[in-house]
Design a protein around this ligand. Structure first.
Ligand code: ADP
Ligand code: MG
Ligand code: ZN
Length: 475
């Protein structure tokens, strides 16, 4: 029997506010343990939460960027459970009435088209703290710095069908949240976390099958690998004629497999109820309009603009707008250039290749967008040729030097003085009479032989276009 995977994703994104969601404590990552705490976020008796307006503004931004409908009135609820990283004994979240619902985003499919993935809801909540287990001394420690840091949870419809689509959805959502500057997107620090729900159903069947929920997916690659593994595991169970059990499973990246964490029977009953300490949250049209006014350009809009204004291909525009940092780098580098297409090629091959080799992000690039722009300008103005530019680029990566300085220091300026070039071409022609005879006899493939000789003579500093013209006329 043929099975079809059904996948829905839940993403927790940490909002980039300076202070926590219900108190004034700092959200700074990496502070000394428990430095960012107060009676409110440590759950002391008698304290009252006060909602952080910026957190709401960020949630509205995320809702608008994902085409969600914003609920004019939403509520905060208590999700009750006991765990030492949550001293209140409950987490403040939104349950029955979230801030936003019914959104979507578009992903690129493998075939090159678009697919719409529904977003069920976005709700706001507070994060829990962190437990640090110390098996050597048989003790556990708790760090409450993260307790009360604002999160939004973005829940997708079960519209995703493959691991690849799941990866595309997550990358797109991640890009959007970074574009609108509400989340730093750092997956290693847990600012962007994903749970994946997966079930299989016989092809053609309408009802969904029984799902498992995967946790601990802290990179795009791991999400894709975990889903592939889970599809295989469930296919095997169903083909044996057995039933998948509803459970939460943990992805183990070192063993490349998922293991059971808890079954449905062990699932908590959270006894949600409206938090009596917080009044309903009212988001009126005025507020939404204010947020709309400040909305930056979104990935899809930027992509269309790159295609329109810079005459880039669909593919190039897609790659260059895949992250706001890359898009900014490209635009800064290409700004002074007349033709943006070579700049796109240079960024996509040389810059991305170099970052990939070094395993660093564009923000850590040893070559700044401005320095890179100078290099591309030298090429566009014909001061250096593309080969020389590659050599200079390598040196820029090594030394972080300005390209103009490298050109001066090494005397790499392109020779474009016509009479000088003609002399060089004639010298090569005179030295190779046999090849000249053959060429004139019809062996035109020898053209590259002459080109090679001349480029060698000029140490690659000659403009190949001019050389081609001169050589053709002399031959
Ligand atoms: P819970 O909060 O218990 O995890 P939800 O109903 O909120 O349950 O669903 C969470 C996620 O699981 C959503 O993204 C949803 O699309 C997805 N989902 C629900 N049912 C299935 C299913 N049978 N197979 C795959 N995904 C599912
Ligand atoms: Mg869930
Ligand atoms: Zn606090």
């Amino acid at each position: 029997m043929q099975f079809e995977p059904v996948i829905g994703l839940e993403v927790h994104a940490q909002l980039k506010t300076l202070s926590k969601i219900f108190c004034g404590c700092s959200t700074q990552f990496g502070s000394p343990p428990n430095a960012n705490t107060c009676p409110v976020c440590t759950g002391m008796p008698g304290v009252l939460p006060v909602l952080n307006k910026h957190a709401v503004t960020f949630a509205i931004r995320a809702a608008l960027a994902t085409q969600c409908r914003i609920n004019q009135e939403s509520r905060f609820d208590r999700k009750n459970y006991f765990y030492p990283d949550l001293p209140k004994g409950y987490q403040i979240s939104q349950y029955a009435l979230p801030i936003a619902e019914h959104g979507f985003l578009e992903i690129e499919t493998k075939a090159g088209g678009n697919k719409t993935i529904g977003i069920t809801r976005i709700h706001m909540e507070e994060d829990a703290g962190k437990l640090i287990h110390d098996p050597a001394r048989a003790r556990s420690m708790v760090d409450l710095n993260r307790t009360g840091v604002p999160l939004i949870e973005i829940v997708s419809e079960p519209d995703i069908r493959t691991a690849r689509e799941a990866g595309a959805y997550l990358r797109k959502l991640h890009a959007i949240l970074k574009y609108i500057d509400v989340c730093d997107g750092n997956m290693e620090e847990g600012s962007f976390r994903c749970d994946a729900n997966i079930s299989l159903r016989p092809k053609g069947q309408k009802e969904f099958g029984i799902r498992s929920e995967l946790k601990n997916l802290n990179s795009f690659k791991n999400v894709e690998k975990a889903i592939l593994y889970e599809i295989e595991r469930q296919t095997y169970i169903l083909e044996e004629g057995k039933q998948v059990i509803q459970e939460t499973r943990l992805w183990d990246p070192s063993r490349n497999k998922t293991t059971s964490m808890r079954s449905k029977e062990e699932a908590h009953d959270y006894r949600y109820f409206p938090d009596p300490d917080l009044v309903p949250l009212i988001v009126d049209d005025h507020w939404i309009q204010e947020v709309k006014k400040d909305m930056p350009e979104l990935p899809d809009a930027k992509k269309s603009r790159f295609i329109q204004d810079y005459k880039l291909s669909e593919y190039d525009a897609e790659v260059l707008t895949s992250s706001i940092d890359l898009a900014d780098f490209f635009e800064t580098a290409a700004r002074p250039l007349k033709d943006k297409k070579p700049a796109a090629n240079w960024v996509m091959t040389n810059i991305l290749g170099m970052l990939n080799n070094k395993g660093i992000s564009i923000l850590e690039s040893p070559v700044t967008a401005i320095a890179f722009s100078k290099l591309l300008t030298l090429v566009e103005k014909g001061k250096i040729n593309a080969n020389t530019a590659k050599t200079i680029f390598e040196e820029m990566v090594e030394t972080k030097k300005d390209p103009e300085i490298i050109v001066k220091e090494k005397g790499l300026e392109q020779v474009s003085n016509l009479s000088e070039l003609e002399t060089m071409v004639m010298a090569v022609i005179d030295k190779n009479p046999d090849e000249v005879a053959l060429y004139r006899d019809g062996k035109t493939r020898l053209f590259s032989f002459f080109m090679g000789k001349i480029m060698k003579e000029t140490l690659g500093k000659a403009d190949p276009e001019i050389i081609t013209t001169i050589l053709k006329s002399k031959l």
